[in-house]
Design a protein around this ligand. Structure first.
Ligand code: BES
Ligand code: ZN
Length: 874
């Protein structure tokens, strides 16, 4: 297979019957589905009947569609008065049911009738069961679906590939006391027996199977909001309706903004439901007209929420709403194009938010997402943004920081390069050209290039983007003074943390350069830098020069020492927030790559005295915290003092409590300084203050700034004893908001007593923690220095038990957490273990974790002594 350009074009070609892929000679156009869900029955079985309208394109006597954990009872195919009964054979491995008919089916339209049964599993995929406890402790069950990527086939037999778009006419027979939701509007409910009713939904527009959604349970909703003719509601289980107001604002704003931006109205119908589900694997899922969420991604008490809650709910709702256009209306032909769905939604959530809430400075925070992508992308085991996929497990692996964050970053880069208007025009061309259809990645580049031409520019969008999308890794651009005065010399090379020679790949980098001239003016130029090196004119006598000005380039920068010095003499003046962030991030990456030392990093820090931006502060504190962990506990004091000396003056300026009207950044900075001073620095005054806040909060929750709740919890668990542990566990069980529930649950990972952390391990296997959280609670123990050896031994000795206790799809996250075991001995054990223990849909996660481990071990070995020696003398 050609690695660079996957030419799969969706429907059209022929695929053998023994493949994961379906043949394309029979194509569905409409599904009429009647489901009999069974949320309360002991068996967990449900049944369904469906009629699929199909077009036979070439005469055949077999029809293949997807099923998984479904049994088909009866199949017939009809046309006119004819009815032919078929025989089913199932290939479990390929998840394909082949239906063979005794006669050839002529070319034309047929109706395929199937009845089937399936089961409501507890693995968070397919038509699964989710439970919740009410205030009286009674457990309630709902059933709901998660169908992306290839899970619709667990709920109903279907042509489960994104290019087989069809319309869906759904009905469900459910208990009269329950609410049933699906993609379309509820048209009518009719009684079918004393206990049951038939709920019928409007037919959907043409869409892919992975976007279908069926939900049954006890639910209540917000009042509706009406936006441009769409009725929008937020749904939750009873008792939580008071936490829907913020999400409703976000959902309304999102529809309004995106309809305007895309210039295409929402295609999915006249209602949009956003539903909070108690057990949910991902954060949220963009089912057309019926979006599902984790509770914490949708619900908050607007009167008492922290900024993080507002922001993450907004981000999630905007992300899923952006998918209605990008993903739902126009869909990738095959899963190799998944990244475009996710990176586009990631980019769009930020673009929309930057207009809606400019004061949140969302693009500054985006630096953190780009940094997370580059951390993976500097590994040999990274992957190109777009790559071929076949088996469903390979598709699952693609939902990672490369698809979301690196993909989002390359879109941000091209957006900067071609400009807001041209980009939007290109997107409008793309959406109107491919509405209700399927695309290849290149179709987007063609549309953007067309918009460039309309705007009179000849930027080769396809050439640039193909290189970024199909080449694994990213470059570091090195810069030094050129031989001729007034010039700089730039060169590019792949950035790697460790290991082999970098590749010889060259990237077409839209390089944005700013110079402060001899007279003090700031001059900006952009060059498409696509060679190994180049000399660039910046003007004689320049005072400083910066590369990647504006910060949206997907590359690192290494300045020669004289250029670095000129630029960092006054960082607050010469660099914007995101540029400062990138500078520190690149410096820290340089330490991890062995290109510079921990001491170099420490010496950079004082240049940021007076820093007031939380993202910049956090990246610095992140590096310092990592150095802190390199040192043996009894030798950490000098570094604690350095960190404290850096953080405390700023903290004192901010004050302990928020001041009315202060910026979001100030609030966030206070919280992160408070937390670092209280934990890493063990500042006694800060710790005492955390105790006071907690006491006040216990008396009256409204008396404490919501942004400081997670802070005092951090500090008190860090110093906490058994009594505190039990208190926090209790506060988890009685939490009133999803956010408090998370805060107190995961606090059980931050204690330092092994005895207590052992309790957390047992707790993670108990049914008191829902399966959406328990794997992360367990994984957190691998990250805590005080429990990691214990948790590792446990994992190794009880691998089968661990795999059985948590949803299969969450095991890769646990494997990733083994990257914290960064001593040579432990790393060797981890390596040996994963050499013989496979992680389903986790091959890349494991390879990346092992490489991260090598980097961390090398860092520890190279830097610890040197750092100690420096601290002893400074
Ligand atoms: N399409 C995804 C949900 C998904 C993730 C389905 C993984 C199948 C496997 C959805 O649009 C998404 O990206 N959700 C994000 C939230 C978002 C704010 C980044 C998530 O679940 O983390
Ligand atoms: Zn998404």
């Amino acid at each position: 297979m050609c690695k660079l350009h996957n030419t799969d074009s969706g429907i059209g070609g022929h695929v053998a019957l023994d493949s994961f892929r379906l043949p394309k000679n029979v194509v569905p156009t409409d599904y009429v589905i009647k489901l009999f869900p069974n949320p309360t029955g002991k068996s967990g079985r449900f049944r369904g009947e469906e009629t699929i309208a199909v077009t036979v394109k070439e005469a055949t006597n077999v029809v293949a569609l997807n099923v998984c954990d479904i049994s088909i009872q009866k199949v017939r195919i009809t046309r006119g008065g004819k009815s032919i009964t078929g025989k089913v054979s199932i290939n479990k491995e390929n998840e394909v049911a082949t239906i063979t008919f005794p006669r050839q089916l002529a070319v034309g339209d047929w109706k395929l009738h199937l009845s089937f049964t399936g089961s409501h599993n507890q693995g968070l995929r397919g038509f699964y069961k989710s439970t919740w406890d009410d205030a009286a402790g009674k457990t309630h069950t709902i059933v709901t679906t998660q169908h992306e990527a290839t899970e619709a086939r667990k709920t109903f037999p279907c042509f489960d590939e994104p290019a087989f778009k069809a319309t869906f006419k759904v009905s469900m027979v459910v208990d009269k006391t329950l609410v049933a939701l699906s993609n379309g509007r509820r048209l009518k409910e009719t009684s079918v027996s004393r206990r049951r009713k038939l709920v019928e939904f409007a037919r959907t527009p043409k869409m892919s199977t992975y976007l279908t959604c069926f939900i049954v349970g006890e639910f209540e909703s917000s009042e509706p909001a009406f936006v441009n003719g769409k009725e929008i509601r937020i749904w939750c289980v009873p008792g939580k309706k008071h936490m829907t107001s913020w999400a409703l604002k976000c959902a309304s704003r999102a529809i309004e903004w995106f309809e305007d931006y895309f210039g295409v109205p929402y295609f999915g119908g006249d209602k949009i439901d956003h539903v909070a589900i108690p057990d949910f694997e991902a954060g949220a899922m963009e089912n057309t007209g019926c979006v599902t969420y984790r509770e914490d991604a949708l619900l908050c008490d607007e009167a008492a929420a922290a900024h993080d809650e507002f922001e993450s709910i907004a981000v999630t709702v905007l992300h899923e709403t952006a998918h209605f256009w990008f993903g739902d209306l126009v869909t990738m032909a095959w899963w190799n194009g998944l990244w475009l769905n996710e990176s586009f939604a990631t980019f769009m959530e930020n673009l929309c938010l930057s207009f809606w809430r400019p004061e949140w400075k969302i693009w500054d925070g985006f630096g953190g997402m780009r940094a997370a992508a580059l951390r993976i992308d500097g590994l040999k085991s990274t992957h190109p943004i777009e790559m071929p996929v076949n088996h469903p497990d390979e598709v699952d692996e693609l939902f990672d920081a490369i698809s979301y964050n690196k993909g989002g970053s390359v879109l941000d880069m091209i957006h900067q390069y071609i400009g807001f208007e041209t980009f939007r025009q290109g997107i409008r061309i793309y959406l109107s050209r491919h509405a209700l259809g399927n695309t290849q990645t290149g179709d987007l580049w063609d549309a953007l290039e067309e918009a460039c031409r309309q705007a009179g520019s000849d930027i080769p969008v396809r050439r640039i983007m193909d290189a970024w999308v199909f080449t694994p890794g990213h470059p570091v651009v090195s810069v030094e003074r050129g031989e001729k005065p007034g010039t700089i010399k730039v060169s590019q090379q792949q950035f790697r943390f460790i290991g082999e020679e970098p590749s010889t790949s060259l990237w077409p980098i839209p390089l944005i350069i700013k110079t402060q001239t001899a007279s003090g003016d700031i001059v900006k130029q952009t060059v498409l830098f696509d060679t190994a090196d180049a000399t660039i004119e910046v003007g004689e006598g320049f005072q400083w020069v910066k590369l990647n000005a504006g910060g949206s380039g997907v590359h690192r920068v290494r300045y020669s020492s004289d250029l670095a010095l000129a630029l960092t003499t006054n960082v607050q003046e010469s660099l914007s927030v995101i540029e400062r962030f990138n500078l520190v991030n690149d410096a820290w990456a340089g330490v991890r790559a062995g290109l510079s030392t921990a001491v170099d990093f420490l010496q950079l820090v004082p240049r940021f005295a007076g820093e007031t931006d939380p993202t910049v502060f956090n990246i610095i504190l992140g590096g310092l915290g990592a150095l802190h962990r390199l040192l043996p506990e009894e030798k950490r004091q000098p570094l604690k003092d350095i960190i404290r000396a850096f953080a405390r003056p700023t903290f004192d300026q901010l004050g302990w409590a928020p001041v009315a009207g202060e910026s979001v950044q100030t609030t966030q900075l206070r919280a992160s300084l408070f937390s670092t001073l209280g934990t890493t620095c063990e500042d006694p005054e800060v710790r005492a203050r955390a105790e006071e806040l907690y006491a006040a909060w216990q008396k009256d929750r409204t008396s404490v700034d919501p942004n400081l709740v997670s802070v005092f919890v951090d500090i008190l668990s860090y110093f906490g004893d058994e009594a505190r542990y039990e208190e926090f566990k209790q506060l988890f069980k009685t939490a009133r908001t999803p956010s408090d529930s998370n805060t107190f649950l995961f606090s059980l990972n931050s204690f330092r007593s092994l005895e207590l952390l052992k309790l957390t391990l047992a707790f993670s296997f108990s049914d008191e923690v829902s399966v959406q959280n328990s794997p992360y609670l367990f994984a957190g123990l691998l990250g805590n220095k005080y429990s990691q050896d214990f948790a590792w031994d446990y994992l190794r000795d009880n691998w089968e038990k661990v795999k059985a206790a948590f949803p299969t799809n969450m095991i890769p996250a646990i494997a990733r957490s083994c990257g914290s075991l960064d001593t040579p001995a432990k790393a060797a054990e981890v390596r040996e273990f994963f050499a013989t223990h496979e992680v389903k849909a986790g091959a890349m996660a494991v390879a990346q974790m092992l490489e991260q481990l090598s980097i961390a071990v090398r860092l520890r070995e190279n830097e610890t002594e040197r750092l100690l020696a420096y601290l002893a003398t400074s």
